[in-house]
Structures are given as structure tokens and as C-alpha cells.
Design a protein around this ligand. Structure first.
Ligand SMILES: [Zn+2]
Length: 179
């Protein structure tokens, strides 16, 4: 590790211990060249994060999957790709800053919901309908009511949750009373 004071490449580790919360390794270093002392922290990187699904199944976090699920929710909505990318980056940073290696899929879903809510209400409702797994049209109506969305025109573009699910292509509809 290069000395931040004089640029010398040969610095020495004097002490190495976990931080209080155990999320990082703290190393005290010193530079034999200038006598400078500094501290470095070693943390888990995003590529090491693991998503734990409701079933208990564990999969490595994959930003591409997050991008894809959000792309489906915002499809054909008038939103700049740049804003969407910024939103996803914000979600990823929040996941990183949790300081945990294991992250529940609910945590990811909640962060996506919160971010979409401020980005685009139709995309938000689309995502929510799949994420919360609405089974009945009444579930959907209740959700819109709770969110104060019943009268603002969002309904016109959203239709029935089963239609949304089919459009999203992410749910097995065989068990629903779709006929
Ligand atoms: Zn130095």
C-alpha cells in the first residue's frame, strides 16, 4: 500500500484487527521512509454479496438481473435511460452500505419499490404487482387505494394485475383463475 504522505510503495502493517461491527478489517500502517502513519479498511466488495431468497436459496448478487427486472417495469415509459441507470446505481450503493454479506430479496425489493415510487408511478405499480404477488383484482385496487393512486390516472395504463403479470412474463400464471 502506497504511503499517502510521501508516495513510498513500501509501507508496513503494524496492526490488523476487525472493526467493531466486524464488517471490515482495520490495518494500522507506517511508512519507514517518512515515518507517516495511516489506517486502511478492508471491506466486502459488492461481487461478494449474496441474495437470500424467501425460499432460503442463495445466489450471488448480479446487477444485470436487477437491471433486467427494472427494465421490465419501466418498459415504454417516458424515462431517460440515464435516470434509470442512476437509480440502479443508487440501489447498488445502498446495498453495499448495509455492511452485510447476506441480503434478503425482500430488502432488494423494498429498495427498488422506494426508488421506483419517486421515479415513475406506473413503473412502481407494475413492479409492486409482481413483487407483492397480487392474486386478485381487489388486492390491486386496495394497493392503489392505500397508495393514494386510485384517481390520478395510473389505473388507465395499468389494467388488471393478471395482465401485468403476463406482460412482465415473470410469474407462472397456471395456478391463477385466469380463464
Ligand atoms: Zn511515507
Amino acid at each position: 500500500m502506497r504511503c499517502p504522505f510521501c508516495g513510498n510503495m513500501e509501507t508496513q502493517v503494524k496492526d490488523s484487527r476487525p472493526s467493531e461491527d466486524g464488517a471490515a478489517i482495520r490495518r494500522r500502517r507506517s511508512c519507514p521512509e517518512c515515518g507517516g502513519r495511516f489506517t486502511t479498511f478492508e471491506r466486502v466488495q459488492l461481487r461478494d454479496l449474496v441474495i437470500v431468497k424467501r425460499s432460503g436459496r442463495r445466489t450471488p448478487f448480479d446487477r444485470t438481473k436487477l437491471d433486467r427486472s427494472i427494465a421490465v417495469a419501466v418498459r415504454k415509459r417516458p424515462i431517460d435511460q440515464e435516470r434509470i441507470d442512476r437509480m440502479v446505481s443508487g440501489i447498488v450503493r445502498q446495498l453495499e452500505s448495509l455492511g452485510e454479506t447476506d441480503i434478503s430479496s425482500e430488502t432488494v425489493g423494498d429498495l427498488v419499490m422506494k426508488a421506483l415510487r419517486s421515479l415513475d408511478v406506473v413503473a412502481y405499480v407494475r413492479y409492486a404487482s409482481v413483487y407483492r404477488d397480487f392474486q386478485e383484482t381487489s388486492d390491486f385496487a386496495r394497493f392503489l387505494g392505500d397508495e393514494g393512486l386510485s384517481d390520478d390516472g395510473a389505473n388507465d395504463e395499468i389494467d388488471d394485475p393478471h395482465v401485468i403479470k403476463r406482460g412482465l412474463g415473470e410469474q407462472d400464471l397456471s395456478s391463477t383463475d385466469d380463464a
